[in-house]
Design a binder for this molecule. Structure first.
Ligand SMILES: Cc1ncc(COP(=O)(O)O)c(C=O)c1O
Length: 405
């Protein structure tokens, strides 16, 4: 008789965004005259820039012509895009990455969920708390997380690394030694990051303990400070222990277009086996490539004009971030993040829980945000606001915040 994967049955419901959606729908239905502003979305709002849409149009025309038509993409992705990535994302920063160490994909969500496929089930996994939920859920689905303890809001077999105001939202080296460590900097949801010297400590720790770091750099384009690494490979020895995930979603607005890549250096050898070779084998069997037109659009992001236009989009979001951060601080709130990332992490005032603050903000200011507890137990008492909204809405939202009692 057929059975299902029991690990899926242990997953708690996707409580966070469905609960938010339900509460907001009900509130809007009861208050049709109110203008509700969302600072909760993790999605971009600006359209693709002109250089990117021009490339999409051109590539689409090529697809309609017998001479320039493209079928299945090469396994690792087209060389024109991997060349651009190698030169502009890595060589430019003094990092030597080979073309066959870059794997083009349809985004960092799938790669961050799928990458655990190539590691043994007995590996101990460490995650930051709060955390982007995909790392946790994908390991739970594979059976590496144990059981979900509802009271604690934690999986029994994962190692949680609390990121709190007390430690500057920087994970501390865990007491139990993990085999796989997920790090994401700049961070979603806290909007904070760590300095290159701190990241170096993680690389050294991973190399000393024969652990692998899965480094999610989806928000790399938002880094504004000098001493922050744009790639983990800027750290000494990282090629021996780290996999890096990148996305075109937040730097160029590809959330609906889908494009990302994973870098696995050939020096990364686990148990005598090349991890690069395993991922090539995995992708060759389970993934059939990203569309030609999308890869051409990705290439356009690296052109001079594409760089200029996407930088302007990031500046637009980061202006929102600064407005939220500065205005809320002026109004007496304690805020973090928003300098190297489009997220602001707010300390919930007056001893309220994250969900109590969510209700207060919605009913008293018509603003939607995201309760920090939805990202892990250490997110309780915090609240995430995003800078991805419209400028005018952001200005109006902070005015409403100031009037909050
Ligand atoms: C930390 C992090 N990684 C990955 C992603 C997903 O990226 P993509 O759109 O490339 O799948 C997100 C999206 O919000 C994210 O916050």
């Amino acid at each position: 008789m057929v059975t299902v994967n029991e690990n899926f049955k242990r997953l708690p419901g996707s409580y966070l965004f469905s609960t938010i959606g339900k509460k907001v729908r009900e509130y809007k239905a009861a208050n049709p005259d109110k203008k509700v502003i969302s600072l909760g979305i993790g999605d971009v709002t600006l359209p693709l820039c002109k250089t990117v849409t021009d490339a999409l149009h051109k590539a689409t025309d090529e697809m309609g012509n017998a001479e320039t038509f493209h079928g299945y993409a090469p396994d690792l992705g087209y060389e024109f895009l991997r060349h651009a990535i190698r030169d502009k994302d890595y060589a430019k920063r003094g990092v030597d990455i080979a073309l066959d160490e870059i794997f083009i994909s349809d985004g960092a969500k799938s790669d961050s969920g799928n990458i655990q496929d190539i590691f043994g089930l007995n590996n101990r996994v460490a995650v930051c708390d709060p955390v982007y939920p995909v790392y946790v859920d994908s390991n739970a689905m594979a059976g590496r997380a144990g059981y979900f303890n509802k009271e604690e809001g934690k999986w029994t077999d994962l190692i949680y690394m609390p990121c709190l105001a007390e430690n500057g939202f920087a994970p501390q080296l865990p007491e139990e030694t993990p085999d796989i460590i997920y790090l994401c900097f700049p961070n979603n949801p806290t909007g904070t990051t760590i300095k290159k010297s701190e990241l170096q400590k993680w690389v050294d720790y991973a190399n000393e303990n024969h652990a692998v770091i899965i480094y999610d750099a989806a928000y790399e384009a938002y880094i504004s400070e000098e001493d922050v690494a744009h790639s983990i490979y800027e750290c000494e020895g990282a090629k021996k222990c780290a996999i890096e995930l990148r996305s075109f979603s937040k730097n160029a607005g590809f959330t609906g277009t889908r494009l990302g890549f994973t870098v696995i250096p050939k020096e990364l050898v686990v148990d005598g086996t090349s991890v690069n070779g395993l991922w090539a084998r995995r992708q060759g069997s389970k993934f059939n490539g990203t569309a030609y037109i999308i890869q051409r659009a990705g290439e356009a992001v690296y052109s001079k004009e594409g760089q200029q236009e996407t930088k302007e989009q990031i500046a637009y979001y980061m202006r929102n971030a600064k407005i939220i951060r500065d205005s809320l601080a002026d109004a007496g709130f304690t805020v973090y993040g928003g300098v190297n990332a489009p997220y602001i992490w707010l300390s919930v005032p007056n001893g309220l829980t994250s969900w109590e603050f969510f209700d207060k903000l919605l009913t008293e200011a018509d603003i939607v945000g995201t309760p920090g507890s939805g990202f892990g137990p250490s997110g309780e008492g915090y609240f995430r606001l995003t800078a991805f909204g419209k400028y005018e809405d952001t200005l109006e939202a902070v005015e409403r915040f100031k009037r909050l009692k």
